[in-house]
Design a protein around this ligand. Structure first.
Ligand SMILES: [Mg+2]
Length: 128
């Protein structure tokens, strides 16, 4: 049995992708538990989290740096490069979720409302 690293899930379950049906709220709760368990909450101010996220955006950008244009689906990439990309995308997402939580923003709700707002601002082309 794997070591319990997050409440209710073992490391094996997570690594095998058995915990994939997960909501933004679930991730937010896990990040809160993660910070609490390590006494890192004192470091999680909005500004610190924003700067950490920007740092992760830099790490994400490095993956694409010097590659030129990249085809959708990344057909010519090594699996290890794709795995690295997934990790850096996750770092950005997790800091974004934590930042939203610490700021008291319901990110799922805000994002859904923003899509509606964008749809009104940019209506689809109607052809007759
Ligand atoms: Mg990173």
């Amino acid at each position: 049995m794997g070591e319990e690293i997050l409440q209710g899930e073992s490391m094996e379950e997570i690594l095998q992708g058995e915990a994939m049906e997960i909501s933004l709220k679930d991730l937010s709760k896990k990040l809160e538990e993660f910070a609490k368990a390590r006494d890192w909450e004192k470091f999680h101010s909005p500004r610190n989290l924003l700067l950490a996220m920007v740092g992760e955006v830099g790490e994400l950008s490095e993956i694409f740096q010097w590659r030129g244009e990249v085809d959708k689906g990344l057909p010519n990439w090594e699996e290890s490069d794709k795995e690295h990309l997934g990790e850096e995308l996750s770092d950005v997402l997790l800091y974004l979720i934590r930042l939203a939580d610490i700021c008291g923003i319901d990110l799922g709700d805000a994002a859904a409302k923003k899509i509606v707002k964008n749809a009104i601002k940019y209506p689809p082309k109607v052809t007759f």
